[in-house]
Write a new protein. Structure first.
Length: 388
């Protein structure tokens, strides 16, 4: 009899421990999303990818231009993903009601309302437009029209910043999404601060392109922190030719570091025009790295999401829309580097070396006072600190 009660006791304890660990694991996963993008053409293609990743992801991003024109395929893909237990982000390139009417795409607006009602919290939001800041920086404005060469005389950084932000504030699509309480997503490689000012709720920093990972994290996390927004990363191409993506081990480390830095969303961009694999450009090794990340990091309560905190902030001049990818990068796409650029670049390099992933980059903007948010604050014109 005594042995019976001992057995019951140990079974009860074991069950409670299992429930506790399960609860902890669920808490870890609850407010963090990791997954892949689908940029293919058919629902059949998407189902292959969903079946491959559904056991070690919780996010499926339908970033397909062709599917955004096909209501039936889009609904079928999303329904399949939701039934597989995944959350959704869906791309639309235009939501202006006047444009939609001309193109016979008015269904997009009713579809978004349906998605929110039908799939609830599993429908995370709409990915609207693409790379707005990067396009603005890299556009050849002076070649648009001959008279634009003279417009630079009447421009200032403040005018450029206000023009960028107001362009989105006037957009019917933004107004529709805001009115329906739909989170607006985008990925970008420049001007994250101004993307948030423009109205985006979530900006995903594009990791790849041989950019400096720590600098991208500093820019996106700093902008999101100061403006109380959500942020993440999307791991995109490292090469402009096959194999396109970085090695599986490098991508694993990028995901791990982003997770520790507090990214709420991590996506792998999984597409190239000339790759015919039904699973996109991700290789078996990439899928294994994603699976390992899910099992060893996301489901592991010992690895704390957001454990790498910003210990310092670098403060840029107000509305200084510099790309910051290299010392000769453009400012707002109109100007080359100015008299401040070299000093800012040198300070940035020193701070990245000193603080690494513990650095945020923010802007001098009275709307978002710094107060006591950071233990160490370096304004752009400060003397660079010593590295010890």
């Amino acid at each position: 009899m005594r042995d019976k009660w001992i057995l019951i006791f140990f079974l009860t304890v074991t069950l409670l421990i299992a429930l506790f660990l399960s609860s902890c694991s669920e808490d870890v996963v609850k407010d963090f999303y990791v997954g892949v993008t689908f940029c293919g053409y058919t629902s059949a293609e998407s189902k292959l990818l969903i079946d491959r990743v559904k056991d070690y992801t919780n996010l499926f991003a339908v970033l397909s231009g062709p599917v955004s024109y096909n209501e039936t395929a889009l609904t079928e893909i999303c329904e399949y993903a939701v039934n597989a237990g995944l959350h959704l982000i869906v791309f639309f390139g235009d939501l202006d009601s006047r444009v939609l009417k001309v193109k016979n795409l008015e269904w997009r607006l009713s579809w978004i309302k349906m998605a929110k009602q039908r799939w609830g919290d599993q429908f995370l939001g709409v990915y609207y437009y693409d790379e707005p800041g990067g396009i603005f920086i890299d556009y050849k404005w002076n070649e648009l029209l001959p008279f634009t060469r003279n417009l630079t005389l009447n421009l200032s950084y403040d005018v450029a910043a206000n023009s960028y932000v107001n362009l989105f504030h006037a957009d019917d699509g933004f107004k529709f999404l805001e009115a329906n309480s739909i989170d607006v997503f985008v990925s970008d490689y420049a001007l994250y601060w101004f993307d948030y000012l423009a109205g985006y709720d979530v900006v995903l920093a594009q990791i790849g392109w041989n950019h400096t990972f720590a600098r991208d994290i500093a820019l996106i996390r700093g902008a999101a922190t100061m403006q109380n927004k959500k942020w993440g990363i999307i791991i995109t191409w490292r090469y402009m030719h096959p194999p396109y993506l970085d090695s599986a081990e490098s991508i694993y480390k990028q995901m791990l570091d982003a997770y520790k830095c507090g990214a709420k969303y991590i996506l792998i961009f999984n597409y190239a025009d000339d790759v015919k694999s039904p699973y996109g450009i991700m290789t078996d090794e990439h899928f294994e790295a994603l699976k390992r990340f899910w099992q060893d990091v996301v489901k592991n309560p010992k690895i704390i999401h957001g454990s790498i905190k910003a210990e310092a902030a670098m403060v840029l001049p107000r509305n200084y829309g510099w790309g910051m990818r290299h010392p000769d990068d453009k400012i707002w796409g109109w100007w080359g580097p100015d008299e401040k650029s070299q000093q800012i670049w040198e300070l940035l390099c020193v701070l990245i070396e000193k603080y690494g992933l513990h650095l945020d980059i923010i802007y001098d903007d009275q709307t978002f006072p710094i107060n006591n948010r950071y233990p160490n604050i370096y304004y752009w014109n400060h003397t660079a600190p010593s590295i010890r």
